[in-house]
Design a binder for this molecule. Structure first.
Ligand code: NAD
Length: 362
């Protein structure tokens, strides 16, 4: 069995503050340092955070891609150094994917690594970014280019914190849940596709648990991404290119929307290669389901991203994707719902065809 992390799940009925049960009942020791999404400075979702802030143990980090930089990581390292933090101590990182990426990366390299707590507060982080030990920052316009794979010691899920998420952030997480279901779990996909619109998180805790369990299973089987873990990149080659293209226009395109649009392309590409007409239909239906969720939830974002898409520019970003090898752009292909193949070569012309099938009518 993999030695870490230890996964701790806080029951929805807990009477303590968010995440608090983790150290009071499980570990009996509080983390020493806290890197926390600034969002929690201004509301009382995590009431105990005020006390540790008063003790000077909190580094507030603004959520967003602009915080995933080497400069911000250096600020965190400076703060740890100025506070005489040492490698026998622990750091709890509390936030969504961006705060976890920057904060856990800093904690992974400070004095070659401290004990780390991953405390995800967005749906996306609860099912994906908070699990798996990949931490990193963007570099020279490329997503997640610099980083490490080092497992946190503890991952705590407390789905109660998800109640305050904005609709777009529920969508972001829902798309990663869809990704997990599509690559690995047809039963979860069957449950998810029943929803015509994206449901409130408090009504789907079981599905969130199942989606997080898929990520845990895949990481346990292939921590360093030599094979199976690559399937978690489903939809992400196009998705990351869309994010990079939006950033180059100084626009913000939320990760889940980019991934959703990317998965639609990958589903059509997969369907084009499926011999069985039944499977072909299922894959195209899945693309339509994602399109329905996206266009009902965030029509303006979808319009902007699709209308602004310059396929040559997207392809140039895709050719720089860090998952590629010398043969070219590597993509994940579904051979059925719940079955994914990695290291599949995607050509420029197939990308163009699949993009048109997916987004021609948006
Ligand atoms: N490391 C990995 O394995 C991995 C996996 C998937 C995605 N990611 C990364 O995750 C990032 C996206 O993460 P994200 O979608 O969580 O974005 P995010 O961290 O920017 O959070 C989104 C918004 O939610 C707010 N927020 C956080 N918790 C909240 C709460 N409980 N209630 C209300 N608002 C809250 C934040 O302040 C922010 O405004 C991307 O940079 C992506 O590359 C990393």
């Amino acid at each position: 069995m993999h030695p870490k992390p230890t996964y701790i799940s806080i029951p929805a009925g807990s009477t303590k503050g968010a995440f608090e049960d983790a150290w009071h009942t499980t570990v009996q020791a509080l983390p020493d340092w806290y890197i926390v999404d600034e969002f929690f400075q201004n509301n009382n979702n995590i009431p105990w955070i005020e006390d540790v802030h008063a003790q000077g143990r909190v580094y507030w980090l603004k959520a967003g891609e602009l915080s995933k930089t080497l400069a911000e990581v250096e600020n965190i390292l400076t703060w740890l150094t100025q506070n005489n933090a040492n490698r026998q101590q622990s750091v709890a990182v509390i936030g969504g994917g961006t705060v976890l990426d920057a904060g856990l990366f800093a904690a992974s390299i400070y004095q070659r690594g401290m004990q780390k707590w991953s405390l995800p507060t967005t749906l996306l982080a609860a099912v994906d970014a908070g699990i798996g030990g990949k931490n990193g920052v963007n570099f020279m316009g490329f997503k997640n280019y610099i980083g490490t794979i080092t497992q946190p010691d503890f991952v705590v899920s407390d789905f109660r914190v998800l109640d305050s998420l904005e609709a777009v952030d529920v969508l972001n997480g829902w798309m990663e849940m869809a990704k997990h279901a599509l690559i690995a779990d047809p039963a979860l996909w069957d449950s998810m596709k029943q929803f015509g619109t994206i449901p409130p998180t408090k009504t789907v805790h079981i599905l969130i648990h199942e989606a997080a369990a898929i990520k845990k299973r895949i990481v346990e089987a292939d921590e360093y991404e030599s094979g199976l873990r690559k399937t978690l990149n489903f939809g992400h080659t196009v998705g990351h290119a869309l994010e990079s293209a939006a950033a180059s226009r100084s626009e913000n395109l939320p990760h889940g929307i980019a991934v959703g649009l990317g998965m639609m392309v990958s589903l059509h590409w997969s369907a084009d290669q499926a011999a069985d007409p039944g499977i072909q239909r299922e894959l195209v239906d899945a693309a339509h389901c994602i399109k329905r969720w996206l266009t009902r939830a965030v029509p303006a974002y979808v319009q902007i991203a699709v209308n602004a898409a310059d396929l040559d520019a997207l392809w140039a970003f895709m050719e720089m994707d860090k998952k590629n090898d010398t043969n070219g752009v590597q993509e994940v292909r579904l051979t059925d719902i719940g079955q994914a193949e990695w290291n599949q070569l995607l050509s420029r012309s197939a990308f163009g065809t699949s993009w048109s099938s997916a987004h021609g009518g948006v």
